[in-house]
Design a protein around this ligand. Sequence first.
Ligand code: SAM
Length: 451
Amino acid sequence: MVKIPQALLDNLQGVKGFDAAAFIAAHGLPAPTSVRINPAKNIGLFTANEKVPWCSGGVYLNERPVFTLDPAYHAGSYYVQEASSMFLAHMLNSVLDGKEGLRVLDLCAAPGGKSTLIASLLDKDSLLVSNEVIRTRASILEENMTRWGYMNTWVTSNDPRDFGKLSGYFDVIVVDAPCSGSGLWRKDPRALDEWSEANVQMCSERQRRILADVWPALKEDGVLVYATCSYSPQEDEQVLDWLAHEYEVKSLPVSIKDECGITEVQTEKRMTAYRFFPGKVKGEGFFIAAIRKTEEADTLRPAKFKTANDKKIQQHAGYLLTDPNQLFIPTGNDGYSAIRPEHEADLHILQKAVYLRKTGLKLGSASAKEWLPDHEVALSTDANGSLPCIEMNREQALHFLKREDPGVGETPKGWHIVRYHGLGLGWVKSLGNRLNNYLPKQWRIRMEIDS
Ligand code: SAM
């Protein structure tokens, strides 16, 4: 049973939708488990499960399986995500209304829940920049975005103020802000120990700083989504009102169905936001709002540039992709990545301001004899479907994911993608009677698998 601090209960008295008795009772129950299916890697899992009403692809699971022991999870077929936060899908679908070719920034993106969701909503001409300032967390983000498999998702690791230099560049900025985390106590009761009113205040101030830093990077008429997984109005409504006080903005309400239990709230400055209380919704605590920037903003124009496309590499490595008509660009250490041609100007703009950790799809590098394919290709939705592959059953796939011999017997010599239900997991190189496992060390599962 999670013991909720009295100071928070007192603080929430009078907040629309807050019902102390239902809230306390819900904290005596486990958090529901939910996942979101990757539409580009849908192998028909969980089709009979209850759906998350505000997100197509979101489903509740009746129990929490050991995801580490499911190769489909490693292949990026689904992402384990708390249901309330999937509301971002409904919000973006409503406010973007089918717009294409967008430049989207997910500023506080690790481990990647919102970014994988956004990636699935965007068309191929759009570009998603997923940023995480903390280096160690940026690695996890990069891993999750690689699993998700979209070439138009790039990963950066910068302080929000670095994005401020990109005047009027983004159509959409999502700030899923670092917060006091009260909304996730059912999932992580340890977070309770760090909660205090002083910490709520500190988070509120930090959120304002982050928003102020990134605000110049939003276009005129661009959309900012602000979200937290905390209940305190000091972090939620009051931060939204601070935005409305500092800048010219218009609130963007979206439609909701009464039966979902989501609470639509109005702030003092008449901004509309959505609150999620366990006990009312089947999900954790969450706060989210969308606003439009209505003030004039500078617009960054790309300087003239010479294309970075390397035609030789395109000829050499183009076989890896279903559509080789991409740009093949050097990314250091003799490596190359593929980006969509429509994103070359973005490359020139972004690399001047921020540190690009992952620019499109890493393709690998050339050796004297052959192309050494990068792990990312195996997980990419753009990988050429007719590359040599070895389909493995669950047990073999798990041994592969432990970097052990998967025990598949004789295989023709050369590079093969390891697949599970048709989804790529990584590369092996066959020497005929033996396979060399090319799964990167840091991707290896460390859990016992023989249970
Ligand atoms: N959007 C993520 C998702 O859906 O998986 C969760 C993001 S979490 C709520 C907030 C993130 O902000 C954390 O990854 C944290 O490392 C990052 N963060 C912490 N301090 C920050 C700062 N000063 N500026 C920007 N991001 C920060």
